[in-house]
Write a protein that binds this ligand. Structure first.
Ligand code: ATP
Length: 138
């Protein structure tokens, strides 16, 4: 089956929303293949966000991502990569549609867009790359 990497970002864990994100993934019918709370170090995050290297928001993004623990999740199911991105909603939490994770549960607090609760792989290829990074044993 297809797999995707979902991260509940530190803002989500801090706000007690990790369970709510898991609940929505399960309620949609996807299977959990791995779930682990962990504090990501900078090296992992630089690798994880390699495609954004050089963009102005990468420094603040990595600082936010290493500000506390992240819940790393591997979810499985047919078309789960697209399916989770649809559950998550638009990147900008202020604009994300109601009914989505970001639309229902996130908004801007500090710097715009940075804190948007979740990450979801953007293609099956990046999903496999990211899963290898976060869960080398899977
Ligand atoms: P993700 O890859 O985390 O699921 P995404 O695909 O919706 O999110 P990307 O464009 O890949 O968004 O950006 C990765 C992350 O970088 C976003 O989730 C957000 O936290 C942050 N980000 C993206 N664009 C901006 C921006 N213009 N300003 C600040 N932060 C941003």
């Amino acid at each position: 089956a297809q797999r995707t990497l979902v991260l509940v970002k530190p803002d989500g864990v801090r706000r007690g929303l990790a369970g709510e994100v898991l609940r929505r993934i399960e309620a949609k019918g996807y299977t959990l293949a791995a779930v682990e709370l962990r504090h990501a170090d900078e090296a992992l995050l630089v690798e994880h966000y390699a495609e954004h290297a050089g963009k102005p928001f990468v420094g603040p993004l990595i600082a936010m991502m290493s500000s506390g623990p992240v819940l790393a999740i591997v979810a499985e199911g047919q078309r789960v990569v697209e399916g989770f991105r649809s559950l998550a909603g638009a990147t900008d939490p202020t604009l994300a549609a109601p009914g989505t994770i970001r639309g229902d549960l996130a908004r801007d607090w500090g710097r715009p867009v940075i804190e948007n609760l979740v990450h979801g792989s953007d293609s099956p290829t990046s999903a496999e790359r990211e899963i290898a990074l976060w869960f080398p044993a899977l």
